[in-house]
Design a protein around this ligand. Sequence first.
Ligand code: ADP
Ligand code: ZN
Length: 726
Amino acid sequence: MAAVVFPNIVTGIYDYLIPGRLEGKVSPGTPVLVNLRKRELWGVTVGIKADSLCPSLKEVIDVQGGRWTDSGSTLMKLYEWVAEYYQCDLGRVFRPLMRKGLLHGADKTVQVFMPSPDAPVATLSEKNRAIWSKLQRLDSFSAAEAKELFGVSRSALNRLCGAQCLVRETRTVVREAFEPCMKRSNEKGTLTDEQRAAVDMIMKAHAAPQAPFLLHGITGSGKTHVYIELASRMLRLGKGVIILVPEIALTPQTIQRFGEAFGEVVTVIHSHMSDGERRDSLQELVTGRKRVVIGVRSAIMVPMEQVGLIIVDEEHDGNYKQSDCEPRYHARDVAVMRGRFQKALVVLGSATPSFESYHNAAAGKYRLVRLSQRFGAASLPQVELVDMREERRNNNWKPLSNRLAAAVASTIEAGRQVILLLNRRGFSTILLCKDCGYTAHCPNCTVTLRYHRADTALKCHVCGHFQQAPDCCPGCGGQNIKYKGTGIQKIEEFLHEMFPAARLLRMDRDSTRRKGAHAAILGKFAHHETDILLGTQMVAKGLDFPGVALVGVVAADTGLHLPDFRASERTFQLLTQVAGRAGRCDNLGKVIIQTYCPEDYALRCAAQHDYSTYFKQESENRRLLNYPPWGRLARIIVVGKVEAEVRSLITTIAQEIRAAAGNSLTLLGPSPAVLERVANQIRHTILLKSSHPRKLGTILRELRIRHHRLPPSIDLIIDVDPVNML
Ligand code: ADP
Ligand code: ZN
């Protein structure tokens, strides 16, 4: 009998009989087609049992071909751990992997034509013979290629098939979501001494991996080179490799480098791939035809046997945590567990490790490996902080300080490139009526609307609400509307005025909505068809352009004052990362950071490239407040349309937890969330802090079971190790 769970519809585990014809084809991990409440549905087998409490069982109808399980046990253990630790139904764990397409998709086939070796050419008409003489030079071709190369129509191909001059064949093709886009010069350089020492140290552990490795390598130290070397050695040992990256679109260079190093054996998994591409990629991994997978967080779940190495690149990145739907897992932490269950080496890499990981390394739970030198002649760029209060006192009200404006001008003059960062979308942040004080708010959320000049619209950056910008004040009808606050589009306009000859591209969520837009922008920058790349945090991620001599941060404080205990850490990481884009091939890199709080230690440490001082200082703050990495956090959010209902449920939950927990944890709240209303849903939260992870787990599990059946108007969310605090 098979115990089956469902990723999307119902919760719980259901039993099904395995009919004789499917005997031996169903094991833990196998997707099965079954009948549930009069519908045929795909579910996943999570166990095989001898008997069931249920008297009348239905039979499994079909199974997914290929081998979907890693000897049944190690991956099931991982999936169960995810469900248990992140407090969700076991079925939900399979959601990231199995969107609809995986289970419903069919093979994709194409028709190809081949010239037949003994074609009776003499029987052809003169016209057909002319066509034939062109086609016979090809080995095989599709109808589309015949059309494109020689203008030959499908009906002509059919005629030639009829005359037995061409052979038609149907082939299965593997759909791939991997499009090489940025050619790089071949860079099979030998490793530096430091890089080699890192590789050797990590590989020494491969026979019996114990602790995960934290690869702390400064920007430009060649972490990607180390990953590639490790992965090649693992492949030679016959093992598979999983490489996680925070976002695919933003890291085309990294993907490209892995693609070139491993060629045919790589497949890519990301969130914008089609269902067919996803199905084929997974199928290739399950069957072992592909041995390396590069992907975003969901790739940590892929069913793949004999994994020897798991790499988490930019391990500090918040994208590894899934916050908005179940399972609310952190792919970095799942990677560590997978490594343990599957006996694989785990390498977490970053120039700015997360507090949690660095703390684990300091405590001896992870092993620290350092790369402290930039590759080649390059050294870390010089960083200068510019105090914008001073600038304002000197009556410069422009968005760029005189210092930064002069540096931009001279950099372009010298034929080099500039990256400018402002982490704020839109043109203005707020619409204000000077007469009546009206400000434009989102009708669905507790945030102000942002003005987007290009489409003269006010937009909500939380729910996406969109409305025409008004001509007069909606409050008093007056004409005295002002747009305040500087967004990236305003800077773009300012730069065009200030540097009319400079070629400028903007990279933010608005300018990169189209598929391939990221790659197009980065491609232009790579070929030096652009002098200035202006962008949001997107430009801080992993870019490796030797032409960049200046990095400017227009406002370093944008994220510093958010009500989130990681605000300072994120600012430090963002500044260090973006600074790391400058001077990657020589000693001429320069970074200028504009700020209103130059005395803040996150900024000062970032300017000194001083991770360890920052870590010490910030650890102390976190320890005093028992925040991670010292204490464990879980966030409980109640979401619903009716405020009274939400308030009543969250109050009950708080009482229950207090009663159950005693003083084993601290409870903050209940209180309205920072974003109290999102898309017309009221949100109230409780934050739990505890130094006893076990106890916290038990309390959360009991809570979940007790409130298992809630009315549809209200939802209870449990977020373990939360990253989103708003
Ligand atoms: P990181 O990921 O640590 O920021 P990268 O792996 O992008 O660093 O390396 C920075 C630059 O140095 C890249 O252009 C890379 O090709 C080059 N590089 C690093 N190590 C080597 C090496 N051993 N041989 C040749 N080039 C290298
Ligand atoms: Zn909104």
